[in-house]
Design a binder for this molecule. Sequence first.
Ligand code: SAM
Length: 277
Amino acid sequence: MDSGFVARAQATLAEDTSVVPEFWQSKYKDEAARNWDKFYNRNTTNFFKDRHWTDREFEELRPGYAFSEQRPVLLEIGCGVGNFIWPVVERNPDVFVYACDFSPRAVGFVTANERYNADRCRAFVCDITKDRLAETIPPHSVDLVSAIFVLSALPPEKQAAAVANIAEILKPGGRVLIRDYGVYDLAQLRFKPGHKLEDNLYVRQDGTLSYYFSTDRLQELFVGHAGLVEMENDYTLKRLVNVKKDIDADRVFVQAKFQAPLDTRSLEQAMEGTRVD
Ligand SMILES: C[S@@+](CC[C@H](N)C(=O)[O-])C[C@H]1O[C@@H](n2cnc3c(N)ncnc32)[C@H](O)[C@@H]1O
């Protein structure tokens, strides 16, 4: 990122010295699933649009990409109502898609969708920070895990457990595809005082959490804690101009790809101590 942009963003963030009181911090964290469930109760399937751009950003999602000799298996964590999975299912007739979310209502919208076909999909309720994915999905059986704007919903102290959980079901050589909010994103800079829990972690008006990632933090989680190999880990900036709302600023995203080593023993050694029980 441009050093002038970073300096201005850091100056803006430094102005907000308040933090949310401990009681409320615990409440937002403890009630995260409930708050997302309410979000889907209010917005049903109308909030996010189907994500048709994903195959432009990740070659693994293009039809015919040979990421597996057998039927390729993908797991979408934090699937919401399925906006990521439907274009993938439509484009790739061979792929089998697991999709999980900790909001029962969101999972209900996925299974009720006319595009849901039990021969090709399995959606289930799971809190990726505490429910073991390997209870539902055989260990080391998944080619691709997609994490699209979901890791940012987790408080930092729960992120390593979620990553270890994912690593356990990845095939040797399997990949995690990540797109999420980056540090100094417009949304982070626009939080008013009273929303910050700690550096880079905020609560939105509706009680859901939003963490803003640095590429270093992603590396620490996926390489440092989980023993995966970094293939891509960058910031993506998109200029957003809206004259009516007086906005001329940058959206900052992180886009990353990490691969499980071909030797699963090294993965298991790296994960010792961070596994979800
Ligand atoms: C911004 S939405 C993204 C939905 C979807 N990935 C997409 O691309 O449209 C984040 C989703 O993560 C889910 N989520 C947040 N924390 C979770 C957790 N600990 N376990 C499982 N799902 C979680 C929320 O319920 C929500 O559906």
